[in-house]
Ligand binder design. Structure first.
Ligand code: C2E
Ligand code: MG
Ligand code: MG
Length: 755
């Protein structure tokens, strides 16, 4: 059992460890996840933010590109008109220039002939042959230049130049559209992370051709990116490379004056320019930080929840396992610790017994031990006082037994000791030590004990059987007034077997009428000794032998069969009394013994009365004898029963008075008719003779004062009869007068009926 419980405990601990392991695993996994997740998310967000900046820049670059392309397209269309015109006619050239300027949003349009002479819609004619766009146009190239100073009005302008080609494919001039310098802000560029001040168009030298407005890095139109980023730094070199590479879209992260920036470079296809967005990284990330915070927070909260849940579960698990452990411990305690004595329980004793029996190197004995008349101890000292005696007795036993011996209190005041021994003397001395220690347990009462010792002669014998044998030995000496020990011997076993045989046949015997009534007459003590009544005593006629009640009544009292015998005897006596009435006699009272076990059966008196009624016989012809030992134990119940018996008209007597614990005092509480003084008072011993007669005298006179009649049992001699007569005893019963006899003898003696 303990092994099983240990196993349960181990599994609990294992489950707990597993759970703590799972918890640790979850916590570590959550931590690792956080460690991986946070940088991963920030990296992802960073990449995403960069992509966002780049694609926004690309969009803005495309819009800018469209602006330039659109203007160039206008110029190309205009150029085709010029190619068909008479270009040698300055008026016509002027007219054309004015018309085109008016129909477009160019500020003015100029045509430059192959000699470099320009006619402008602005009015006037100038030699502009040194202008680069003129040169490039005459060379057949299209070009856009920004921030040139206009030759006509001296203001800054953007110039869009296209060659004018005649039908023969010869360049006959250059058409140039002049515009106010482009305001990037007018292009409705998309903002990047809410910013519009971050766009620039750079030429391949890094010069800022256009800027979308004042910005914190201080890069203005006319300035140069290398003013803010050193051209010598690795970044500067890289930017230089990007600006000069034709179609590379690039996103860079450079620090400018200690601040991180995203720099997105998108080349504009129309020229050597590059559209650039420069925007503080923190600003862009600011928009994403919320996303990072939210997603990291969500993961964090989930991980935290996971950890908290695991922790709570682990704690709960620990609580449950502690509770189970506690419950197991408590039930173990209940299973193995006697709450009264704090020593072992029967279960533990049996387990120890099985284990100890495996050791064959030494002899083993089972000792059964109980306190005589413990009920009296309890009555005298109270329930708690009785418990205290049991505790002290347990401690005494513990002190006296050997190291490998063990003991148990089974029920009440009954103990068993398992003792190892090599010599008989060791067992004798153990029993004697326990007996003598018991005497000193309390000053209030002298404790006597009965001890039965069974030397275990069969190693296979079960503890229960061994205990039965020790009990058998103990029971054989129980009831003596001083402590005793006795060894079990096989004759006791024979007794048990005989009892078993009796139990097997008792029912049949009753049915077959094997139990018969013997009557022992009672005599009046006085001038003449006449029969005043009789006591019915059972006999068992079995296989030609007459068995006396001493051989079966104690057994029947143990197994309850005595009740059936008593009713049977009562009924037989009823039949007799009825017969005597029918025959015209006035029947003398016959007393019937009723075992004390009846007093706990409700309806017992009614049953007797019903039997009388069945035979139509008056209850006054019967006396109910109840032994005295019962009187002490169940005073209250007994009083009620006695009253009931009397109320039905029966006589009632206390049998064997003087053998139990009843005091003379209690007599006044019991409605008793007759006191049957036990024969043990009639001692043979001359020394005690005197005191015995004093006691009998006292009992007789006290009973007389209470109007209780007395009868002395076991009168065997004339002297006893004389003495009792002298002491005032009313009646006598004994071999001196008459032995228990068959009914026919009684009838003849009492009524003169011839058999
Ligand atoms: P008891 O009720 O005290 O009966 C008296 C016993 O004393 C009888 O023993 C009787 O034979 C014996 N006796 C009478 N005079 C003398 C004498 O001068 N000297 C000696 N030595 N003995 C004498 P018995 O018949 O063997 O009965 C023994 C006990 O068995 C009875 O003691 C009674 O307690 C019990 N008993 C007998 N019959 C019944 C019964 O029908 N029902 C119950 N419950 N118990 C019965
Ligand atoms: Mg009797
Ligand atoms: Mg008696």
């Amino acid at each position: 059992m303990e092994k099983k419980i240990d196993k349960i405990k181990d599994s609990l601990i294992a489950a707990e460890h597993l759970f703590v392991g799972i918890f640790a695993f979850v916590a570590i996994t959550a931590a690792i996840l956080m460690l991986i997740y946070v940088p991963a998310v920030s990296k992802f967000v960073n990449v995403y933010a960069g992509d966002y900046v780049l694609s926004a820049t690309e969009g803005n670059a495309n819009m800018t590109e469209a602006y330039f392309k659109q203007n160039m397209m206008i110029m190309k269309t205009a150029a085709s008109e010029f190619s068909e015109a008479n270009l040698s006619d300055p008026d016509e050239v002027m007219r054309l220039c004015v018309r085109i300027a008016d129909s477009s949003d160019f500020k003015h349009i100029g045509f430059t002939n192959t000699d470099g002479i320009t006619i402008s819609s602005f009015g006037g004619m100038l030699n502009t042959s040194d202008r680069i766009f003129v040169r490039e146009g005459l060379a057949g190239e299209h070009s856009v230049y920004s921030r040139l100073t206009c030759d006509f009005d001296g203001q800054l302008m953007d110039a869009f130049s296209v060659p004018v080609i005649n039908k023969r494919g010869e360049v006959v001039g250059v058409l140039t559209g002049h515009k106010h310098p482009l305001e990037l802000s007018s292009l409705k560029l998309v903002d990047i992370a809410g910013r519009t001040d971050c766009n620039f168009i750079l030429d391949d030298y890094g010069s800022v051709l256009y800027s979308s407005g004042p910005n914190e890095i201080g890069l203005r139109e006319g300035g140069n990116i290398f003013d803010v980023i050193s051209s010598e730094s690795p970044y500067g070199k890289e930017i230089n490379y990007i600006l000069n590479s034709v179609h590379n879209i690039e996103l860079k992260e450079y620090a400018i004056r200690g601040t991180e920036y995203f720099e997105a470079f998108v080349p504009l296809k129309g020229g050597d320019w590059t559209f650039v967005s420069i925007i503080p990284r923190a600003h862009v990330m600011g928009s994403f930080n919320l996303l990072i915070i939210f997603s990291v927070g969500a993961v964090g909260v989930m991980a935290l929840l996971l950890i908290v849940c695991s922790m709570m579960l682990a704690m709960r698990m620990r609580r449950i396992s502690e509770e189970i452990s506690e419950a197991v411990d408590t039930s173990l305690r209940q299973m193995y610790v006697d709450p009264l004595t704090g020593h072992d329980t029967v279960r533990r004793f049996r387990e120890n017994y099985a284990a100890a029996m495996k050791d064959t190197a030494t002899g083993h004995a089972l000792i059964s031990l109980d306190v005589d008349r413990f009920k009296a101890v309890n009555d005298l000292l109270g329930f708690e006082g009785g418990n205290e005696i049991i505790r002290k007795l347990s401690d005494n036993i513990k002190r006296n037994i050997g190291g490998n011996d063990f003991f148990v209190r089974s029920v009440g005041d009954q103990f068993y000791i398992f003792a190892n021994y090599s010599e008989n003397d060791e067992l004798v001395s153990l029993a004697e030590r326990i007996i003598s220690d018991a005497e000193y347990i309390t000053d209030e009462i002298k404790l006597s004990m009965s001890i039965g010792i069974y030397k275990i002669d069969d190693p296979m014998i079960k503890s229960r059987v061994a205990a039965d044998r020790a009990d058998m030995a103990r029971d054989s000496i129980k009831g003596r007034k001083e402590s005793r020990y006795i060894f079990f011997d096989s004759s006791m076993l024979k007794k048990i077997r005989r009892e078993k045989r009796i139990e097997d046949i008792m029912e049949d015997a009753l049915a077959l009428g094997e139990f018969i009534v013997y009557l022992q007459p009672k005599f009046g003590l006085g001038a003449e000794n006449v029969v005043v009544g009789a006591e019915a005593l059972v006999r068992w006629r079995h296989e030609g032998r007459l068995i006396p009640p001493g051989e079966f009544i104690p057994l029947f009292e143990k197994n309850g069969f005595v009740n059936k015998i008593d009713y049977y005897m009562f009924e037989e006596v009823c039949k007799l009394q009825k017969k005597y009435v029918t025959m015209g006699y006035d029947p003398k009272v016959i007393s019937v013994n009723m075992s004390r076990t009846h007093i706990h059966h409700t309806g017992f008196v009614d049953e007797l009365a019903a039997i009388c009624e069945k035979y139509g016989i008056d209850t006054k012809y019967f006396e109910i004898e109840i032994t005295e030992s019962a009187a002490y134990e169940d005073m209250e119940i007994l009083r009620d029963i006695f009253r009931e018996i009397k109320s039905k008209g029966f006589h009632v007597s206390i049998d064997d008075f003087g053998t139990g614990y009843s005091s003379l005092n209690m007599l006044k509480d019991l409605p008793v008719d007759v006191l049957k003084i036990d024969r043990s008072f009639l001692t043979e011993n001359a020394d005690e003779h005197e005191s015995a007669s004093v006691i009998i005298g006292c009992v007789v006179s006290l009973a007389a004062s209470l109007r209780i009649r007395t009868i002395c049992e076991g009168i065997e001699t004339k002297e006893q009869a004389v003495l009792l007569t002298k002491l005032g005893c009313n009646m006598a019963q004994g071999f001196f007068f008459a032995r228990p006899m068959p009914v026919s003898d009684y009838e003849q003696l009492t009524y003169g009926i011839q058999g």
